[in-house]
Design a protein around this ligand. Sequence first.
Ligand code: KIV
Length: 275
Amino acid sequence: MKITVSTLCRAKTEGRKFSVVSCYDFTNAKLAVSAGIDVLLVGDSAAQFMLGFDSTLPATMDFMVAITTAVNRAAFEKLIIADLPYESCAAGGEKMVTDSRRFIEEAGADVVKIETSSEQFDDLKAVIDAGIPVMPHLGIRPQTGEYKAQGTTAQIAAELIGFAERVYNAGAQMLLLEGIAREVGKLITQKLLFPVISCGSGPDCDGQVLVLPDILNLKDGAMPKFSKSFADIGKASVEAIAEYDRQIKQNVFPDDQHSYHMKPGEMEKLLELIG
Ligand code: KIV
């Protein structure tokens, strides 16, 4: 049965946690589905993990629509959340509404994630008022280029809680908190009745998200404090590709088992034909 925001609300009420992965393509979305993940977020971190940029900013709307469509093809029974890229959030206004609608109508997303702050509230509200299901993303917002933990002082924590209440009252469907102090993540989750997803905001939120390249350890270099690898698929992948390389160079692969053959008698005819 299709997972919806109501499914997650029920899980929250019943005290059951749900799982989210950020992934960017059909093949990996299929793996997430087989693993029983509840929600697939098509994050603009694709600009880093798929395209090799050093920030999320170069993700374009057309690119995000294409990869969201691919993930939806693999995982249409899951809740699909699409990430509004920087080009759209920075433009604000009507473009944000039009682009958010593209995710729902063209790409098959169920919810649109929007990195936001109190200064951008009017733009966020315009998307909500257009009837588009929205998940505001508060705390660390990679589109700003700032990666410092948020809500670690009473003043900033109070502002975050106030803004979370404001987006809840404005009609947002759910919330994502990134890199927020655990205590604040817990307070917001307890206070608000919609599903709250933590990305490094502690275990007390209703759901958790990590990017698939971290979960599988597919990338080189450090990962955020809050992230974790659950297997070394990067190492296993390098070993498999190196074995492929070795077998080609030692003429072990491909062998006859991996070759097609002409039909019986056709080789003799061919030799006659070509002299
Ligand atoms: O872009 C992304 O993948 C994200 C998640 C890590 C929350 O924003």
